[in-house]
Write a protein that binds this ligand. Structure first.
Ligand SMILES: Cc1cc2nc3c(=O)[nH]c(=O)nc-3n(C[C@H](O)[C@H](O)[C@H](O)COP(=O)(O)OP(=O)(O)OC[C@H]3O[C@@H](n4cnc5c(N)ncnc54)[C@H](O)[C@@H]3O)c2cc1C
Length: 523
């Protein structure tokens, strides 16, 4: 399905139209709400100020998980909910979620027993949606599976299963699902104010970031799904509103796959300062993270702090025998968790609840934040149920538990880099018949070909180089230098599709390079 921006913009050009729901924010949360609302038959509009998943939703650890850490914290309810959602997501998007085996290396017998028992409980809580049973494994098996593991003092391993996914690709799949269900979605549309009739919100003003044209739109309900930006929308509603979220930064480093050297993921449940660290095979690379650093301010492009980078390198050196160094880093990226603003100063971010927060303001504004990628569907269900109440919409049941997401395909060849397109893979490849030059690879370090750029523009609403290199493909996250090398060709291909001139290409390149250089570690 080709998607034309002009046609989407046309859909909001009638100022007298009343939307059932307008969703602000096109990350996991907002996209999930759009799918839920549209599939219940509501007239739904989603507005994203940048690109879909440009915020936190493309910067996660890429796990679809119950959260072993929350189990250790005794937060059973959260774990059960996430395990249920993990199973639902695997069933509805098997082309994007894969069953991954994780290994915890134990350097004391006490820990081996502790994690073995804990993960049996994890299995039990998953019930019929289990991804496979956990088990204690011998040193011999562990070393065979992860030859690069630090063997000194190693006693035994615990193997368990969880889900692994590509976050930005799932966001694209959700966006396309929402459109198929009848929703209107626009990226590069920034909401600038809310409008009211009396005390109640009845719409908003939004600006097209490409043309600077503004629109006043009417809605029965407005949903604030803006992640770490929720407070900005809350202030538009009530200038005296106190902060609801406090950002906590998480950083990941990406290395060549040989550093982990395994198909299994490594899980370190307690680093020396009590955090969890993962080393995960992801798109033929090793992804290592994350950190948890409270910040006072948020921004669109958060930057990794030196101490966070050092923490990941130092901790990796404790557990891996092929020790990754700064010069081995292919990409570094940071994301911001929208955690509930702490009430007492003593609360550490890693102890703040990760469950989602849903709030109805006296004006009727519905705000949803927190939670996890894994639970986006349940968050959306709860949000639309509240929106029905707040907007006086007809009661209709949620349909997303059994709704297959765009690209659904059961048999997946994980070795074929086109797997992320699911059932669209055939059409992406078919583009090379339209123009055989599009078969050409963009850079020898990454699997992407030119046809994927054309596909992203025509079918996946990509507007800028960064959309294509950071989120439709994951080039920037997998190898930032390779992404920068690809950028001029990408700009040229996009300009051809979007009917843009050389000036546009130059402006795009400057803008992309200024972002991409932050994904490279110097020194
Ligand atoms: C480091 C890290 C690792 C994580 N790992 C995992 C994991 O492995 N598994 C898991 O399940 N979860 C994980 N999470 C959590 C998960 O990523 C988040 O819960 C989820 O991405 C939040 O999505 P969101 O839509 O609420 O926010 P965002 O993705 O930030 O989306 C909010 C959107 O709102 C837009 N917006 C803001 N203001 C406006 C405006 N005025 N007009 C229009 N649009 C606006 C922004 O541009 C942004 O795109 C992780 C989070 C972090 C930070």
């Amino acid at each position: 399905m080709e998607i034309k921006r002009e046609a989407l913009v046309n859909q909001i050009s009638d100022p007298s139209a009343i939307w059932d729901l307008i969703i602000i924010g096109g990350g996991a949360t907002g996209l999930g709400v759009a799918v839920d609302a549209a599939s219940r038959g509501f007239k739904t509009l989603l507005l994203e100020q940048s690109d879909f998943a440009k915020g936190t939703s493309s910067r996660s650890t890429k796990l679809v998980h119950g959260g072993v850490r929350y189990l250790a914290q005794g937060n059973i309810g959260l774990v059960v909910e996430a395990l249920r959602e993990r199973g639902i997501l695997l069933r509805n998007a098997p082309h994007l979620v894969r069953n991954e085996s994780f290994i915890i290396p134990n350097y004391s017998w006490l820990n081996a027993v502790f994690y073995s028992v804990g993960l049996s409980v994890y299995d039990l809580l998953a019930g019929k949606r289990s991804f496979g049973r956990s088990r204690l494994i011998s040193n011999h098996e562990l070393i065979q599976r992860i030859p690069n593991i630090q063997q000194k003092g190693l006693k035994a391993g615990v193997l368990y299963h969880d889900g692994q996914f590509d976050d930005a690709r799932l966001a694209v799949s959700l966006a396309l699902t929402a459109i198929e269900q009848g929703a209107t979605l626009l990226n590069y549309f920034r909401v600038t104010s809310l409008s009211k009739q009396g005390d109640k919100i009845n719409g908003l003003a939004v600006t097209d970031m490409e043309t600077s044209i503004s629109y006043n739109l009417k809605a029965k309900t407005v949903i604030n799904a803006t992640g770490v930006f929720v407070d900005e929308i809350l202030v538009m509603d009530a200038p005296e509103a106190g902060p609801m979220v406090r950002p906590s930064q998480g950083v990941h480093l990406v290395f060549d796959k040989s550093f982990l050297g395994s198909h299994d993921a490594l899980m370190i449940p307690k680093t020396k300062d009590g955090r969890v660290l993962f080393a995960i095979p992801w798109h033929d690379r090793t992804l290592i993270g994350t950190t948890d650093t409270p910040l006072d301010a948020h921004q669109m492009e958060p930057k990794a702090l030196e101490e966070e980078i050092q923490f990941i390198l130092d901790t990796s050196a404790v557990y891996l025998t092929k020790i990754p160094t700064r010069k081995d880093v292919l990409s570094v990226f940071a994301g911001l968790r929208p955690l509930a603003a702490p009430q007492g100063e003593s609360q550490k971010t890693k102890e703040i609840s990760r469950s989602h927060k849903l709030m109805l303001s006296p004006s009727g504004l519905v705000t949803i934040t927190g939670g996890k990628w894994t639970t986006y569907r349940k968050m959306a269900e709860d949000t639309v149920n509240l929106a029905i109440q707040s907007g006086g919409l007809p009661k209709r049941p949620c349909k997303t538990k059994t709704l297959y997401l765009h690209g659904f395909r059961e048999s997946v060849d994980w070795k074929d880099s086109f797997f992320v397109y699911g059932s669209d893979a055939i059409s992406v490849k078919a583009l090379t018949r339209e123009n055989p030059a599009w078969k050409e690879a963009l850079d020898p370090r990454l699997p992407y070909i030119r046809a994927e750029i054309i596909w992203a523009v025509r079918n996946e609403m990509a507007r800028r180089i960064e959309d294509v290199l950071a989120r439709r493909t994951r080039a920037l996250f997998l190898d930032a230098r390779a992404a920068m090398a690809m950028a001029p060709v990408v700009a040229h291909l996009m300009a051809g599709e979007l009917n843009k001139d050389e000036r546009w290409e130059k402006e795009q390149l400057l803008s992309f390079n200024s972002i991409a250089k932050n994904y490279i570690l110097n020194g």
